[in-house]
Design a protein around this ligand. Structure first.
Ligand code: PGA
Length: 235
């Protein structure tokens, strides 16, 4: 197992008002009494608390969007790009995601890029093809390294469905992502964190996090309650 710091990330999506955010963070701080020294906790909270999304321009006529400068002003230090809900519900294209990830890194924002195949793509044997296409943006990306960039592999069929990917499926997909990273970055590609996401729970975290090339988790549903996210971080 690798000895790099694991990212234990919570994706709160469109849940929690500011008051609920304050309460959950308070509970979490009471319960997270011993974060293992090799783990780092990241919370992707909703816009009004801090954010999971931004628009890749300094400013302009983009109604309803938020800029990186606005997020930095409220001390946001990580953003999520390419989440399957952004790709599929909001129609974000590969081109827009590439623009966002490049913009974020160039503007000094730590970024988690989410990738993953739909069930249809998996059944058509297109896993590698899909991951390569979603990671093609790396060829345009400059100045990213293990300090400011991570990839989250999230099979779309496992997000919010309770169907966690099995160890063999996770190993295969993370192996492909690692190969692509090493292809782009040489030996430094080994240092980039690859997170697994999709129905992570307190009961399955230890097994998932112990797999080769799994350097953290991105947790949706099970991160909403302080108790279960605290168990995941400490699993
Ligand atoms: P889930 O969501 O843990 O509820 O499956 C994961 C995610 O969407 O990042």
């Amino acid at each position: 197992m690798s000895n790099k710091v694991k990212l234990m990330a919570a994706n709160w999506k469109m849940f929690k008002t500011r008051e609920e955010t304050r309460e959950t963070l308070h509970d979490l701080s009471m319960k997270l009494t011993k974060i293992p020294h090799d783990r780092k906790v990241v919370i992707f909270a909703p816009f009004t608390a801090i954010a999971q999304n931004f628009y890749p321009a300094d400013e302009g006529a983009f109604t309803g969007e938020v800029s990186l400068a606005m997020l930095k002003e409220i001390e946001t230090d990580w953003v999520l790009v390419g989440h399957s809900e952004r790709r599929h519900i909001f129609g974000e294209s590969l081109e827009l995601i590439e623009k966002k990830v490049c913009y974020a890194i160039e503007h000094g924002m730590n970024t988690v890029l989410c990738v993953g195949e739909t069930l249809e793509e998996r059944e058509a044997d297109k896993l590698e093809k899909v991951l390569k296409a979603q990671l093609e943006c790396l060829s345009k990306l400059k100045g990213y390294d293990a300090e400011n960039f991570a990839v989250a592999y999230e099979p779309v069929w496992a997000i919010g469905t309770g169907k966690v990917a099995g160890p063999a499926e996770i190993l295969e997909a993370h192996g492909i992502v690692r190969e692509i990273l090493q292809d782009r970055l040489g030996a430094k590609g080994a240092d980039i964190n690859i997170l697994y996401g999709g129905s992570v729970k307190p009961e399955n975290t230890a097994e998932i996090i112990g797999l080769d090339n799994v350097d953290g988790v991105l947790v949706g549903g099970a991160s909403l309650q302080a108790e279960s996210f605290a168990q995941i971080v400490q699993a």
